[in-house]
Design a binder for this molecule. Sequence first.
Ligand code: PGA
Length: 253
Amino acid sequence: MTNKLKYFIGNWKMFGDYSSIKIIYRINSFCSKFKNRGKKYRIAFCVPNTLIYFFAKKLKTKFISIGAQNCHHHQNYGPFTGSVSAYMLKKIGAKYIILGHSENRMKGETNRLISKKIKSALNQKMNIVFCIGETFKEKRKKKTFSVLRKQIKESINKKYNLSKIIIAYEPVWSIGTGKIPKLNELKKIFQFIKQECKKIYKTKKAPVTLYGGSVDDKNIGSFSSISDIDGFLVGGASRSSKKFIDIIKNYYK
Ligand code: PGA
């Protein structure tokens, strides 16, 4: 099993209250024992805005970071009722931020808007988890590669600091459905994303690239054969400490 740095990022979506910190405490106590086994990994939980400050203050740990799930594209403050900026999220302790999630794209987020959001989060030196992925219809029409290329090209400007951007490949048809891509297809998609980024951004180092979509403690082992997968964005299963711990354990089995 690999000793390359891997990421396990939880996306809590619309879930949790103050008492939910116990989920993260349990995961933290697991990490403090597991760390000595030579496995290098990073963990972040992207939680609702209502919990960021409280969790970031309470968690005095180097193993787990707290993140947000979206932001307004405007830089700091402005007349945008109900919105928060990356600046405000960073100030209360968010170190990561998910941008371009398909659940937000479905509400009308375009690549152009996502690009502005990435820029404002980069200005705050946050770690960006930038989501891309095709719908089932696009997959059926064999448009996966062209969709991914367009999402990357239109959202990541050539001037952006690629080292702060983590790409999360999340096929829309896989999110919350229990369906995962075939491993041979997934392998090709990861190779494509990395090659394409190297080509577009003229760099030798491809960005960290995660898989997301119905990842759980049962199917996690199957992904370990694909070395291009640098980690996982976990939705449903990240809201259970047992499942999340088992994801890490079973990945490194
Ligand atoms: P899921 O969600 O793991 O529940 O499929 C993943 C995500 O939306 O990031």
